[in-house]
Design a protein around this ligand. Structure first.
Ligand SMILES: *Cc1c(COP(=O)(O)O)cnc(C)c1O
Length: 377
């Protein structure tokens, strides 16, 4: 670009006009899925940003998105699919609508900890079982308190790169059939194959593995969650005014939302889910596993890196965390020179770890290139 060609148009802010495009291996916001650009253009052509959320056009957008997500994640008709502002909003909704007094939290990192803090903030009595940062849970060691009404599990901890395997999550629910279970799959969906004949509720947001811009949360909840919310609504507790489950469900029956939703992102999510369905969720899962395997193999063998999560079964397949032998800021800066953005460690691990998102938006070829660049450090 000729820098002397007069003032730039206002929308070309200097920070945005760098000509070099980066590949984002950050855990969210993340690299956009390659088809987003075309879908966004189509959405603009169809004037999606101006249509009424009480129109037949919107209802068909909602229905399409819900149907694509059902197919992709095998979500049965017993579960409603609702839209919120974010996944952290869902933390609060689950707690207000599905817990009268006591919730139980498996804490395997910073996000699960925040989920638990939300419970305290909305005046629930919280039980927790906590692991040191970088360690994960197995079914056998979990001790569920008798009076807990809800078990809150974070399947993929974005902060520490720890996963809880779905087999363990399913066993936990099977042995606690009368308690509700809510699973945070924010930074892994649609990778984990949750069995929704067991799981009462799960949620995610779109700026992680679905490769979309941020601004939409998705809440999946079954009739048992609704029954609980109805029960609480008529008791002493508040279930809140905004996006309460009975209200969401009533609107959902008509493929509508209580308030004006992010119509554009609902449209785009439906399109991305359709793209994923065309590829096939099994293929997406297999590719995720293969890319994860090559990333872990690399950090296990390179002298500069070490996998942070020691137990192979607890290693996240979608967010790979490595401890670095020199300040991670130097590594991140070097990688950036090659047109790739990787994340720093979370919180106190900011400068001693790197985090690499392994989402469907980044291909095996791109992951291979990242490994090449890291290997030359
Ligand atoms: C990002 C994230 C959240 C919060 O999602 P928001 O969209 O920022 O509300 C919750 N849980 C996990 C595991 C996450 O990675």
């Amino acid at each position: 670009m000729n820098r002397n060609a007069g003032p730039k148009p206002a929308f070309l802010h200097p920070y945005l006009s760098h000509s070099m495009k980066q590949v984002y291996f950050t855990a969210g916001p993340a690299e956009l899925y390659p088809t987003v650009y075309a879908h966004l253009q189509e959405a603009m052509d169809r004037q999606i940003g101006s249509i009424s959320h009480r129109s037949a056009q919107f209802r068909s957008i909602y229905q399409f998105c819900a149907e694509q997500l059902r197919a992709l994640m095998s979500i049965p008709e017993t579960h409603g699919i609702f839209f919120t502002g974010s996944a952290s909003e869902v933390w609060e909704r689950v707690l207000l609508n599905c817990v009268e007094h006591e919730s139980f939290h498996l804490i395997n990192g910073s996000f699960s900890k925040k989920f638990c803090e939300y419970a305290t903030a909305v005046h629930k009595y919280t039980h927790k079982q906590e692991k040191p940062f970088g360690e994960g849970f197995d079914y056998g060691e979990v001790e569920v308190p008798e009076y807990a009404e809800l078990i809150a599990v974070t399947q993929n901890e974005t902060s520490s790169g720890v996963q809880m395997r779905t087999v363990d999550i399913h066993k936990l629910k099977r042995s606690n059939g009368r308690k509700l279970m809510a699973v945070d799959i924010v930074s892994s969906a649609p990778y984990p194959d949750l069995d929704f004949s067991l799981i009462d509720s799960a949620f995610f947001s779109v700026q992680k593995a679905f490769g979309l811009p941020a601004g939409l949360g998705v809440w999946i909840a079954n009739e048992k969650c609704l029954e609980k919310a109805e029960l609480l609504r008529h008791g002493d507790q508040t279930i809140g005014a905004h996006n309460s489950l009975p209200l969401l469900w009533k609107n959902f029956k008509n493929y509508e939302t209580p308030a004006t939703p992010n119509v554009l992102l609902i449209y785009l999510l439906g399109k991305i889910a359709e793209d994923f369905n065309r590829i096939g969720v099994e293929t997406i899962r297999k590719e995720t596993e293969e890319k994860a395997k090559s990333l872990y193999k690399f950090i296990e063998n390179h002298p500069l890196f070490e996998p942070f999560v020691k137990e192979e079964r607890h290693r996240s397949r979608t967010v790979v965390v490595a401890t670095t032998k020199k300040p991670s800021s130097e590594i991140i800066a070097k990688v950036k020179e090659s047109g790739m953005v990787i994340g720093s460690g979370y919180g106190q691990f900011k400068d001693s770890q790197i985090r690499i998102a392994n989402f469907p938006a980044t291909s095996a070829g791109q992951v291979g290139r990242l490994i090449d660049v890291l290997g030359k450090l």
